[in-house]
Design a protein around this ligand. Structure first.
Ligand SMILES: [Zn+2]
Length: 406
């Protein structure tokens, strides 16, 4: 058991964020067991820091960590000119191990405790990523990218092998520890055959497994999907037809979607991951936030590194505010989205996303400049707009100290 004196800022629901100053947080067996105003025995004093729930990144590509900030004018040319060749590097085991170490350490340095991760299309790289995450202590939902059609030939997988390897990885790693789960990860409709999508969707549904893919990010991509699937009503319908839309599906982007598609997504129970920094970077367009809210579709936030330039969810929160021009994303809403909102998206809000008794002790301690106004509103506003001025000082996952700056 350990006790930490600190100031906690946490959402309790979408409309209720609380700040409690100088409280004692008790952690036992990895969980928050008590939060109180008084404590008589020894404690760790972090009363100069603000403690928030560990940040959650709902969409990020491990194998693209070193390829951030590679200029391109749109999604498809960026993939072809920079990303596919970068992912090929992870075929090499020592490279795959090194990039996994850097990735998981950098996530913690950014205050992120849970991440939903795409690995390159290599089984060994995926095994190594799980091993490294386990040794460092990150909480992950992770899967090998699947791609059995289209370009480039050097990444294209044999269809049966892509499916079999993913199933093997699922059986080996899904819930292998309390911090890891597997997610089936067909890259997008352009790089997956109908058979691969259908088999994957059916297996995932039968085994209550997560699925992630990309949807309607870029107009040229959508045009190519239409050409490949002339009988489908739209891009979303391609996934629906091939069984990929389930309540445990996470759809990255979903920018250029019409009302029929949103209805289809809503009816399936799937969620959407908004990746605003990536959308700015690739000039993909503006996330239809008000339409998605009106439909009542679950949505969350992701960094989408490497098209996103930063692993910092504070930066992603800021971009989610900047990218909208008609509706305002408030500091409270952005904070909720990167914590409890993302936990709800992952159906993990019973255990993650807020600082409450009984929840996992996934905690991020921040040093916020003393010049900031230290009211609840002042801190929330600083989190949204002044991420560069905020230092991550300690990170705990399941009550275990996993990061402290040197
Ligand atoms: Zn992505």
């Amino acid at each position: 058991m350990q006790v930490i004196k600190t100031n906690i800022l946490t959402p309790l629901s979408v409309n209720n964020i609380i700040l409690k100053k100088n409280v004692f947080v008790t952690i036992s067996r990895g969980l928050i067991s008590n939060i109180s105003n008084k404590h008589s025995s020894a404690y760790l004093d972090c009363s100069d820091l603000v403690c928030i729930p560990g940040l959650i990144d709902a969409h990020v590509h491990l194998s693209q960590l070193y390829a951030r900030g590679k200029h391109s004018t749109n999604l498809l040319s960026w993939l072809n000119n920079h990303i596919f060749s970068e992912e090929l590097k992870s075929a090499d085991e020592s490279f795959a191990k090194q990039i996994a170490r850097d990735f998981f350490n950098e996530l913690l340095a950014a205050g992120t405790t849970t991440a939903v991760v795409y690995i390159s299309p290599f089984k060994t790289a995926c095994d190594l990523a799980f091993e490294v995450a386990e040794s460092i202590g990150n909480r992950v939902i992770m899967g090998k990218t699947m791609m059995d059609r289209g370009e480039p030939g050097f990444l294209r997988e044999n269809s049966d092998r892509s499916y079999q390897e993913s199933v093997e990885l699922f059986k080996k790693w899904n819930q292998a520890t309390s911090r890891m789960e597997y997610i089936f990860s067909p890259r997008f409709a352009l790089s997956c055959s109908p058979r691969l999508m259908r088999r994957t969707g059916e297996f995932a549904s039968a085994n209550d497994a997560y699925i992630q893919t990309h949807l309607s990010e870029n107009p040229e991509e959508i045009l190519q999907v239409r050409r490949l699937y002339p009988q489908a009503k739209n891009y979303t319908h391609v996934y629906e037809k091939h069984k990929l839309l389930t309540p445990k599906t996470l759809l990255g982007h979903a920018i250029h979607v019409n009302d029929d598609e949103l209805t289809m997504i809503k009816n399936s129970g799937a969620g959407i991951v908004h990746c605003p920094d990536s959308n700015f970077f690739l000039k993909s367009g503006r996330f239809p936030l008000s339409e998605i809210k009106q439909k009542g579709i679950r949505y969350g936030l992701g960094s989408d590194v490497g098209a996103g330039t930063s692993l910092s969810m504070l930066h992603v929160m800021k971009m989610s505010n900047y990218i909208q021009n008609e509706i305002i994303v408030t500091p409270a809403e952005a904070f909720y989205n990167a914590t409890l909102g993302n936990a709800e998206l992952l159906q993990k809000n019973e255990t993650l996303g807020s600082i409450e008794t009984g929840k996992e002790a996934d905690l991020t301690f921040l040093k916020i400049k003393t010049s900031s106004n230290h009211t609840k509103e002042g801190i929330l506003s600083a989190l949204l707009y002044l991420g560069e001025d905020i230092k991550v000082k300690k990170v705990y996952i399941s009550g275990q100290l996993v990061f402290k700056p040197r």
